[in-house]
Design a protein around this ligand. Structure first.
Ligand code: HAM
Length: 419
């Protein structure tokens, strides 16, 4: 007996049906906004991920040397790979360029419910514009991509890393010569106790602590005006206004505590939660970022988001969402060996018509076959016996009502389709 590697999962047919269903709905919404799908490899050069984040990120990665001695890593996310692809091959494409992807990611995380070492993301990257309507559309898309799966309760939180950096500079930078990373990491982890401790240990004056923490607690534009100049707030305010008034999305919170864990973000950032999930409630994260120039490309505005696909499914299940069932429509039972070939022919013709058809392959007789068909929730069973076949007919049994009818084979498809 072998065990699954820690933090990975197998999916049963029922689970896969749910996953494909949700994938279809998410992708349809994303395509309806003009995004087109791309794919990149599952592993990349390690350097792609350390370039911006430094070697510290290696602890969170599945990295390895291949037989040629090259340093590689399983992708922990897809923004860096997509930007590598863009710089290599897509820079000349007309702008804005709207790309989306669906793929597995690998992180050496501590596994728990909603947090895995292999998980899937569906994400979008918008290249070549940073107008207020572009950013508002991006956030609206993330919202609708989740909403249209059928999930009821989600919240959007919108932050701004330029504001956060500004406040860090005015209140804290002289006490943190190594930069903002340490503070942002604690904010990202929501470890405010540790942040307070650090402030005290570093001897940060009371009024500077108060100002920084006051800024972090701001949750409306008026509050923010105490810390950020009106001219700097204008863009942020307008994006929120478009989302609320033009897209009609009301569940938006202003939140300055969004630091985002990845190191490439700047400017506007946002997260979407499903509160019903508790600890691992974040379904989506994104914002504006810089990677293209660092990867050797020509500077261009970039923004995007990724949806945690696994958590979206978990949230739907927790809300008791009714997923469609994929039961067999027709189950064919050859009564004995003489009718097997005719049964195959009928099954073939029904499948050609798009009717989900299965057939007894165990020669186990009517009683046991009916039991099996019942366990698979088959809607109809077709019993094919020699006597009926002589009259070019078969018996069709409705599994719900139990009623049986003799139907001419020539009329079978018509009958099944209209019932
Ligand atoms: P991220 O916030 O690290 O952003 O991940 C996006 C989403 O992936 C999270 O909100 C969460 O739902 C899901 N996720 C992350 N880690 C795990 C895990 N261990 N198990 C299950 N789900 C997980 C990014 O990855 C950025 N690349 C998003 C982005 C795209 N920003 C700009 N463009």
């Amino acid at each position: 007996m072998f065990n699954l590697p820690r933090g990975t999962r197998d999916f049963t047919p029922e689970e896969m049906e749910k996953r494909r269903y949700v994938e279809h709905h998410m992708a349809s919404t994303i395509k309806s906004f003009g995004y087109r799908e791309i794919q990149t490899p599952t592993f990349e050069t390690l350097e792609l991920f350390t370039a911006k984040s430094g070697d510290a990120i290696i602890d969170e990665l599945y990295s390895f040397k291949d037989k040629g001695g090259r340093d590689l890593a399983l992708r922990p996310e897809l923004t860096a790979p997509v930007m590598r692809f863009y710089v290599e091959k897509l820079q000349m494409e007309p702008k804005p360029l709207k790309l989306f992807y669906f793929g597995n990611c690998f992180r050496y995380d501590r596994p728990q419910k909603g947090r895995y070492r292999e998980f899937q993301q569906m994400g979008c990257e918008l290249i070549g514009t940073s107008t207020t309507e572009a950013l508002a559309e991006l956030i609206a898309l993330a919202y609708y991509a989740i909403k249209n799966t059928g999930l009821k309760n989600i919240d959007i939180r919108i932050g701004n890393l330029d504001f956060l950096n500004q406040q860090f500079k005015t209140c804290l930078s002289e006490y943190y010569p190594a930069g903002a990373n340490e503070v942002f990491r604690l904010i990202d982890k929501e470890d405010f106790n540790e942040l307070h401790n650090q402030f005290d240990n570093y001897g940060i004056p009371e009024e500077k602590q108060k100002k920084f923490l006051g800024f972090l607690g701001s949750n409306n534009i008026n509050d923010l005006k105490k810390y950020i100049q009106v001219k700097d707030l204008k863009r942020y305010e307008e994006i929120i206004s478009i989302l609320k008034n033009d897209y009609g999305i009301s569940k938006i919170k202003i939140e300055m505590k969004i630091a985002r864990g990845l190191d490439y973000y700047k400017g506007l950032v946002f997260e979407i939660d499903a509160p019903i999930l508790g600890a691992e409630k974040q379904l989506c994260g994104g914002g504006e970022y810089d990677l293209v120039e660092q990867f050797g490309g020509t500077d261009v505005s970039t923004s995007g988001f990724a949806l945690g696909f696994d958590r979206t499914i978990l949230a739907l299940e927790t809300e008791n969402y009714t997923f469609p069932s994929y039961d067999i429509e027709v189950y064919i039972i050859p009564v004995n060996e003489t009718t097997i070939r005719k049964s195959i022919e009928i099954a073939k013709n029904l499948r050609k018509e798009g009717i989900l058809t299965d057939m007894d392959l165990l020669r186990r007789g009517i009683g046991k076959s009916l039991k099996y068909a019942n366990s698979k929730n088959a809607k109809k069973v077709i019993i094919i016996g020699p006597e009926e076949l002589e009259k070019n007919s078969v018996v069709v049994k409705d599994m719900k009502s139990g009623e049986q009818e003799i139907i001419k084979i020539s009329n079978l498809i018509n009958k099944l389709k209209n019932n």
